[in-house]
Design a protein around this ligand. Structure first.
Ligand SMILES: [Mg+2]
Length: 218
C-alpha cells in the first residue's frame, strides 16, 4: 500500500475517492464492463466479438508500452476510435451493477465516520447514471457532497486539466485534499504531482488507512 503522507493531516477537509475498485471490488462487474466495450468495438469495426476482444488487447498492449503504464479501458477505447459518449451510452444500456453489488454496511460506517471531519467526493471515469446506481446499491448514495463523473469534463483520468477543474470546483489549497484510489498512475500520481496527499487501496478494509491518518476512530 502506497501512502504519500501529508505534512499536516489536520489540514485535510476534502477526501476525493475513486469509485470502481476503490469503494467496491467486483470482478463480475468489471468483466461486464469489459464485455460491453468489446462488443462496441466489434460492432463499430464490423468484426466478431472475439476479434473485438483481440483489438482491445492489442491496443492496451500498445498503449502500455507508450505510456509505460496499464491504460484505462476508456483510454484504450479512445485509441480504437470509440468516442467517450458512445462508450458510456453502451455502458448505460448494457451494464447491470444490480447483478453484482449489494449494500455494504461496513463501507457505509467507514464513510459515515469520515464525514464528521471532511466532505467526501467521488472522482471517476464512470458515468453519472451508473455511478448513482452503484452508490445506491452499496447503500452510500447520501455520503457524498459531489460526484465528478465523466460528464463533468469529458476528460477521462488521468488528466491534469480535468483534475484542475475538480480541485477548483471543490476549492481549497492542495494540503486540504486527500485522494484515495486503487490505481497509482490514474487516481493518485496527478494529485501527488500537485502536492496532494494520497492513499492507495486494494479493498474496502484498506480505507481504514484514511481513518488512521486522520486520527478518526471508526
Ligand atoms: Mg478504480
Amino acid at each position: 500500500m502506497t501512502r504519500h503522507l501529508p505534512t499536516s493531516p489536520d489540514a485535510i477537509r476534502s477526501i476525493v475517492f475513486d469509485l470502481d475498485g476503490t469503494l467496491y471490488v467486483s470482478p463480475g462487474l468489471a468483466q461486464e464492463i469489459e464485455r460491453a466495450a468489446e462488443e462496441l468495438v466489434s460492432v463499430s469495426r464490423g468484426v466478431s466479438a472475439a476479434e473485438g476482444r483481440g483489438l482491445i488487447r492489442a491496443a492496451r498492449r500498445r498503449l502500455a508500452e507508450i505510456l509505460e503504464e496499464e491504460p484505462t479501458l476508456t483510454r484504450t477505447c479512445l485509441e480504437l476510435g470509440i468516442e467517450v459518449g458512445e462508450l458510456h451510452r453502451v455502458f448505460q444500456s448494457r451494464v447491470r451493477p444490480e447483478r453484482h453489488l449489494t449494500a455494504d454496511p461496513v463501507l457505509g460506517a467507514l464513510l459515515d465516520s469520515l464525514r464528521s471531519r471532511c466532505e467526501l467526493y467521488i472522482y471517476t471515469n464512470n458515468n453519472l447514471p451508473l455511478t448513482r446506481k452503484i452508490l445506491a446499491l452499496l447503500g452510500v448514495e447520501d455520503q457524498f457532497r459531489g460526484l465528478f463523473t465523466i460528464e463533468f469534463s469529458r476528460l477521462p483520468k488521468p488528466d491534469p486539466e480535468a483534475l484542475r477543474r475538480v480541485l477548483e470546483n471543490i476549492g481549497g489549497p492542495p494540503e486540504s485534499f486527500l485522494f484515495v484510489g486503487d490505481r497509482e498512475q490514474v487516481d493518485l500520481k496527478p494529485a501527488n504531482a500537485l502536492g496532494i496527499p494520497t492513499i492507495l487501496v486494494a479493498e474496502t478494509a484498506d480505507l481504514l488507512q484514511v481513518h488512521k491518518l486522520l486520527g478518526i476512530i471508526p
